[in-house]
Design a protein around this ligand. Structure first.
Ligand code: ADE
Length: 226
């Protein structure tokens, strides 16, 4: 996947994209990630990217021109499948959306700052708006990192054991079952016997039951989704 991130604070994304699974995806050539500093596309001498809001009020608004110029640069090689804008008033992100996005080839994510972007960009250029939850972050970067992490791990070959993404919580609208590792008895805290039994069928059945029970107790709303 080719993934472009448009931001005014590129440094915020250094760490999340240079470790663990996101780093491995890039090292394996499964993810081509480019972080673009929107400020580099400003044409005025102060390299401004924002301006006062028409109508007044506190907070600055990100201007159209630097963002469009950045997108023009990105689109020179090929067109994007989706341009996502990270915003608290977007569609609430979930595993289904992550699955869908993981099948795309060319994706761009625009991170908002200040009071957000000029709404005309949302009307004419953005193709999808995503929120990671009902709370407001200082900018879209950390939200974008959350979305990218959840999407990239689904690309075949990114995880060593591909089945581990398929057994994640939410993949069947069920939470994952509990997991245990050695020792089997930690000062009296015991691992359930069935997991030590070697009976694959029994273990699968137990895990499914645990998933259903956990989901019913913790997230009954998941049973009601389509
Ligand atoms: N930008 C600021 N808050 C956000 C949120 N909750 N989700 C996505 N982008 C955001």
């Amino acid at each position: 996947m080719e993934l472009h991130i448009l931001t005014v604070v590129p440094g915020l994304l250094d760490s999340p994209f240079n470790h663990s699974i996101l780093k491995r995806a890039q090292d394996k050539g499964l993810l081509e990630l480019k972080v673009h500093n929107i400020r580099d596309y400003s044409t005025d001498k102060h390299k401004s990217v924002d301006d006062y809001a028409f109508g007044g009020g506190a907070g600055m608004v990100m201007m159209i021109d630097p963002i469009l110029r950045c997108l023009e640069h990105i689109n020179k090689s090929a067109t994007l499948d989706e341009l996502i804008y990270m915003t608290p008033d977007g569609e609430k992100f979930n595993q289904k959306q992550a699955n869908k996005l993981s099948t795309l080839k060319r994706l761009a994510i625009l991170c908002g700052h200040y009071k957000g972007i000029d709404d005309r960009l949302r009307q004419h250029v953005v193709t999808k708006e995503i929120s990671i939850g009902d709370y407001v972050l200082s900018g879209g970067e950390l939200a974008a990192a959350v979305v990218v992490d959840s999407v990239i791990r689904l690309i075949p070959g990114v995880l060593n054991d591909e089945t581990s993404a398929l057994t994640d919580s939410f993949q069947d609208d069920l939470l994952a079952p509990p997991v245990y590792t050695r020792p089997a008895d930690y000062n009296g805290w015991k691992v359930p016997d069935v997991l030590l039994s070697g009976h694959t069928k029994e273990i699968e059945k137990w895990r499914h039951e645990q998933s259903v029970q956990r989901t019913r107790e913790r997230r009954p709303d998941l049973f009601k989704e389509d």
